[in-house]
Design a binder for this molecule. Structure first.
Ligand SMILES: C[S@@+](CC[C@H](N)C(=O)[O-])C[C@H]1O[C@@H](n2cnc3c(N)ncnc32)[C@H](O)[C@@H]1O
Length: 212
């Protein structure tokens, strides 16, 4: 089974370019941001969590990191203001529904563009619909399974990439057991709901064909 550190290691290596500012929002333990400090020596890393004592603790944890390499921010991720277009924002380890709210508010509250890496569980269809409506495009995606939790990871931008697939179908691989199991689980979920919702019916039909 993939260890927490391994998931964060994968996340820290996703960016394919340099940024001047990188936000680790909903940072909790701060381990992702800590890895980003090492991975991106030219970027300013912004740690953010909504819980004050979490952010206070980070002060101690980062004792060996020069102050000019990072900022600590106790605020709702929805209220983050980015200072330039050369910014990447990570939103990881939360549910898809909360990610939808945070990304919508970030887009509405900022005049600068920014790129995003989301690593979320549940409500992937709704999340992708929302990102498509906001005109985000997909740079790359992955499926990470960590402590029994399945996370879709998507790296997105408004200025580059390709259309975000609606049903996460780019993640399917008929030769990979992990991915087949992910899509089977999703298919069963939509099958259960297909009696009550047209969209669930459509997604169920799509996955049935994909897995056949
Ligand atoms: C499960 S932890 C995720 C930690 C880390 N990002 C990871 O992927 O391992 C979720 C964190 O999100 C924080 N959080 C929840 N809602 C938030 C919001 N609106 N703005 C900022 N932080 C938030 C919580 O306080 C908690 O520390």
């Amino acid at each position: 089974m993939i260890q927490p550190e391994k998931r964060l290691e994968i996340l820290s290596k996703i960016p394919d370019r340099e940024y001047s500012d990188i936000w680790d929002t909903c940072c909790d333990h701060g381990k992702l941001g800590y890895k980003l400090i090492r991975e991106f020596p030219n970027a300013l890393i912004h740690f953010n969590d909504i819980v004050p004592h979490i952010v206070e603790k980070l002060n101690t944890k980062l004792y060996n990191v020069p102050n000019e390499r990072y900022t600590l921010n106790t605020l709702d991720a929805r209220d983050i203001k980015v200072s330039n277009d050369n910014t990447l924002i990570y939103i990881c380890g939360i549910g898809g529904k909360m990610a939808i709210e945070i990304v919508n508010d970030l887009v509405n509250g900022n005049s600068h563009d920014f790129e995003l890496i989301l690593c979320t569980h549940y409500h992937q269809y709704e999340l992708r619909e929302s990102l498509r409506e906001l005109n985000f495009q997909l740079i790359k995606s992955d499926l990470i399974v960590h402590q029994g939790q399945q996370y879709e990871t998507i790296y997105i931008s408004k200025t580059r990439g390709s259309e975000i697939p609606k049903y996460s179908e780019e993640l399917f691989n008929k030769d990979c057991e992990k991915r087949i199991s992910y899509f089977q689980k999703s298919m069963n979920h939509y099958k259960k709901n297909s009696e009550y919702s047209q969209i669930s019916k459509e997604i169920y039909a799509y996955y049935k064909v994909l897995l056949s």
